[in-house]
Design a protein around this ligand. Structure first.
Ligand code: SAH
Ligand code: SF4
Length: 346
């Protein structure tokens, strides 16, 4: 069976090289070609002898994803559609910010968590992605850029619940932030979770990156009605895990709060939210719901959104209204389904 090289750590790549009769440093060279030089095939590995390139070609997978197509939004957001080797489709979204690019990547095809407002959730889980399928999204998008160094931020906020695919996600993140991997700053990598408490604790011990929690409600009744995971890990459990989460100096946990008309957008909700998070190093991202014909929920009117933000700011929280980009190409938060609008066959 062929080895999925991009899913291996530095040490494992050296071991792979040795198992194939090579010196360990060949493993390090191959890694450099894959993650730093973004080589698309072993033929590009210039300082590696031809015989070894052939060995890599025969024994390793280095293209776990096939680029199907990209779609560009009016606001510059770009959605990449990728096909896995077994045919499932996933999406990554490249978002232009003021002075850099952010890439939002997927951790699963579909998602098992069933959040009511989320189109990825409505299709259920197709399967977990492997570590190489996760990191390959970054590699392919980076390779498509005129200035690859512009890509500085990575968020695991695409399709899937990253902490439900823990081992593969941690391996991919390891290669993403390793000096001899893709060398992203751990300050610029964010994992977003719906709140899988045991895995949040594990993550706090295993890796230092930013944590975002999709909160979306400040009382159990509302949250359970929107996010079934709340039955298993209700707010007291979740918030305790957030308060105990190890944060490096001056870092904050981001709480994502989708604002839904007459569901979680009233004064009393803002009050409950401020009490729930009081004293925490928390940043609140308010996201007006992206509506869908699949449900009857809608975003609140703008004045209510501003009012909600105002309340939180007056209570000394950092609260930002995050209009999601790329709505015209269905690239916005919660709209990723692996099928392009109007052309589900890709
Ligand atoms: N599963 C993880 C990460 C991916 S979900 C999580 O839930 O955090 C991607 C983000 O999109 C989450 O923050 C979610 O709250 C948001 N989202 C989902 N559906 C949305 C919608 N209809 N409108 C706005 N945001 C949505
Ligand atoms: Fe899954 Fe996140 Fe969507 Fe919930 S919001 S269904 S956890 S992808």
């Amino acid at each position: 069976m062929k080895t999925d090289l991009k899913g291996l750590s530095a040490r494992e790549t050296e071991e792979w090289a040795v198992r194939h009769g090579l010196e360990p440093y060949r493993g390090r060279q191959i890694r450099h070609w894959l993650f730093t030089k973004l080589a698309g095939s072993s033929d590009e590995m210039g300082n590696i002898p031809k015989a070894i390139r052939a060995l890599v070609r025969e024994n390793a997978i280095i293209n776990p994803l096939e680029e199907v197509k990209t779609l560009e939004s009016e606001d510059g957001t770009r959605k990449h559609l990728f096909k896995l080797q077994d045919g499932h489709l996933i999406e990554s979204v490249l978002i232009p910010e003021r002075d850099h690019l952010t890439l939002c990547i997927s951790s699963q095809a579909g998602c098992a968590m069933g959040c009511r407002f989320c189109l990825t959730g409505q299709q259920g889980l197709k399967r977990d992605l492997s570590a190489s399928e996760i990191i390959e999204q970054v590699i392919l998008v980076k390779r498509s850029l005129e200035d690859p160094e512009h890509l500085r931020n990575i968020v695991l906020m695409g399709m899937g619940e990253p902490l439900a695919n823990y081992d593969a996600v941690m391996k991919a993140l390891g290669n993403l932030i390793a000096d001899d991997g893709m060398n992203f700053s751990h300050r610029k990598v964010t994992l977003s979770t719906c709140g899988l408490v045991p895995e949040m604790k594990r993550m706090g011990r295993d890796i230092t990156i930013n944590l975002a929690v999709s909160l979306n409600a400040a009382d159990d009744e509302t949250r359970s009605s929107l996010m079934p995971i709340n039955w298993k890990y209700p707010l007291t459990t979740l918030i305790r895990a957030c308060r105990e989460f190890p944060l490096p100096n001056r870092r904050m946990i981001t709480f994502e709060y989708i604002l839904i008309n007459n569901v979680n957008d009233r004064n009393q909700d803002a009050l409950k939210l401020s009490r729930l998070l009081s004293g925490m190093r928390a940043k609140i991202n308010l996201i007006p719901l992206n509506p869908s014909p699949n449900y009857d929920m809608t975003p609140p009117p703008m004045n209510r959104i501003l009012h909600f933000q105002d309340f939180l700011v007056k209570h000394h929280f950092t609260a930002i209204i995050r209009k999601s980009k790329g709505r015209d190409i269905l690239a916005a938060c919660g709209q990723l389904t692996g099928a392009f609008a109007g052309n589900p066959e890709g």
